[in-house]
Design a protein around this ligand. Structure first.
Ligand SMILES: Cc1cc2nc3c(=O)[nH]c(=O)nc-3n(C[C@H](O)[C@H](O)[C@H](O)COP(=O)(O)OP(=O)(O)OC[C@H]3O[C@@H](n4cnc5c(N)ncnc54)[C@H](O)[C@@H]3O)c2cc1C
Length: 484
């Protein structure tokens, strides 16, 4: 088809959701333009360097990169699987969960191993653990597109969307220590099992048990791979292009305008960033009134500090697992644990080069700097971040005493970093996740994708991208993805 006859798509936001949706449309004949406001493409997929050390800004765990699951098949369909350097997490201790200073659980990968391990630790709950795992896997497998199931089972899942995960687990087991082990699953949606819908719990736990992968040498490789797919079919990914105006006439977008005054046009438009920004940019209603109000008011309260530590050589072991450690907080809306990861590097050996510590936080702590720009925050802000780093190292050293002496250099990202880089209200870690917005808007050629449509994380974003692409293409592609 000549370039003039090709459909065109303009995607606003060059994070994972923009790149994934762009790649699917490119694979289906569209000429795709991606507009990203930041200098560096990738949103939460960016990685950055300090000397020879590479740090990931977000993504650590690459879930669903297994046969018959969305992430692997999605990458195969987009033909990027050969371009990615990934490694599986530790078979025997994919997650290390400390429930107190003395006790940890090293949760292995795979349904049988995971179940046997829990039964070994809590033999009195043997029957309940078996029944719980049956239920989790059954419900987890019905989750939209996660296992490439072409049939969406919303109705079947509705009861589990309204029940909380704690009550769900209590139907099967009663040992409080065992239940507290499962708290790690609620970390991404926060703050606890009591606040997490059972449906999400089953989906997340299924993903965790099946096993995840990690990027070797940083997540930027994924950005490069998806940009390549878009650009090799004639599309283009532009950085430093912030869309600030969307002009709608007669129910259709006619042009986008960026902050430099440049106009952009195409057949269809996909909004792949925080929906709240869309409402301010568009000159016509995008959603129904009630939904508009929800988008305006909705703030996911979960934000975090990330402490990026460069480590001295041969001082701290490489741990090929995520480590959850308790940090009781009086803020009931925050997860009650912190997370430590040591990212794999090229030629990874037994020693870690970097460590990242994730600490749930509330935005209000940063109130006095809320209206400042990054270069004007001054020495008190730096001192505040230093204090956070010191506290983080103290907390981790309760479990891994060698960490403090092993650190050579530290950088700290705060909620303001997340707010400014991604545009997420109040620096919410996962943006406006939890809105479950429709893909079609009131504007005929404007579509939504990303974590406000489905779930955060690679599997949720791949699912949202597939649903958005299917809506635009007017056909199902999930079977093709499954067979790729
Ligand atoms: C600290 C952290 C840890 C995480 N860990 C994991 C993990 O281990 N595993 C996992 O699967 N997921 C993880 N996630 C979640 C995952 O990173 C996100 O779900 C995902 O990156 C979201 O992608 P997105 O494209 O929807 O949003 P974003 O990554 O936020 O991308 C949106 C993009 O739009 C751009 N933008 C905003 N406004 C405009 C505008 N007006 N014009 C043009 N561009 C604009 C932004 O600059 C940004 O690049 C983590 C997230 C965080 C923050």
């Amino acid at each position: 088809m000549s370039d003039n006859n090709r459909h065109t798509a303009c995607i606003i936001g060059g994070g994972m959701s923009g790149l994934f949706t762009g790649a699917l449309l490119a694979r289906n004949g569209y000429k795709v333009t991606v507009l990203e406001k930041n200098h560096i493409i990738g949103g939460g997929l960016q990685s950055f360097r300090r000397g020879d050390a590479v740090f990931n800004t977000g993504m650590q765990s690459f879930a669903g990169y297994m046969p018959n699951m969305i992430s692997l098949q999605f990458c195969k369909y987009c033909r990027v699987d050969d371009l990615l350097d990934v490694m599986p997490t530790d078979e025997n201790q994919q997650e290390i969960v400390w429930v107190d200073n003395q006790t940890n659980y090293r949760l292995p990968k795979g349904r049988e191993a995971y179940q046997s391990y829990l039964i070994k630790m809590f033999p009195q709950e043997e029957k309940g653990i078996g029944d719980l795992m049956d239920a989790v896997f059954y419900i987890g497998h019905t989750y939209d597109y996660l296992f490439l199931n072409p049939i969406r089972r919303h109705e079947e899942n509705i009861p589990y969307a309204y029940m909380n995960a704690y009550d769900f687990i209590l139907q099967y087991v009663h040992n409080e220590q065992l239940i507290s082990v499962f708290e790690y699953v609620s970390w991404t949606t926060g703050p606890s099992l009591k606040a997490m819908p059972a449906l999400e719990f089953c989906m997340m736990l299924t993903l965790y048990i099946i096993g995840s992968h990690r990027f070797v040498g940083g997540t930027k490789q994924m950005v490069d791979a998806f940009c390549h797919v878009i650009e090799k079919t004639g599309g283009k990914v532009y950085n430093e292009t912030e869309v600030c105006k969307i002009n709608v006439e007669n129910g259709r977008v006619v042009e986008l305008i960026d902050t430099n005054g440049k106009k952009w046009g195409s057949d269809v438009y996909v909004w792949a960033c925080t929906p709240k920004i869309l409402l301010d940019a568009c000159n016509a209603p995008v959603f129904r009134l009630a939904m508009t109000q929800r988008v305006r008011e909705f703030v996911n309260p979960f934000t975090m500090y990330i402490v990026f530590c460069k480590l001295k050589p041969k001082r701290f072991p490489f741990i090929n697992s995520a480590v959850y450690m308790p940090r009781p907080s009086d803020k009931s809306y925050l997860p009650q644990s912190i997370v430590l990861v040591t990212s794999p590097h090229r030629n990874q050996n037994q020693w870690a080069q970097t460590a990242e510590i994730y600490i749930p936080a509330c935005y209000e702590e940063l109130g006095k700097w809320e209206n400042t720009k990054v270069q004007d925050r001054g020495r008190f802000y730096e001192e505040h971040k230093n204090q956070v780093a010191r506290k983080a190292l103290d907390m981790v050293s309760n479990f891994y005493p060698d960490i403090t002496d092993a650190v050579m250099d530290i950088n700290v990202a705060s909620a303001l970093t997340i707010r400014d880089y991604y545009g997420n209200p109040h620096g919410a870690t996962y943006g406006q996740q939890g809105l479950y917005l429709p893909i079609k808007t009131k504007v005929a050629n404007l579509f939504m994708t990303g974590q406000a449509v489905q779930n955060q994380g690679i599997a949720g974003i791949a699912t949202a991208a597939t649903l958005t692409a299917e809506t635009i293409l007017g056909k199902s592609i999930i079977d093709e993805i499954a067979k790729a």
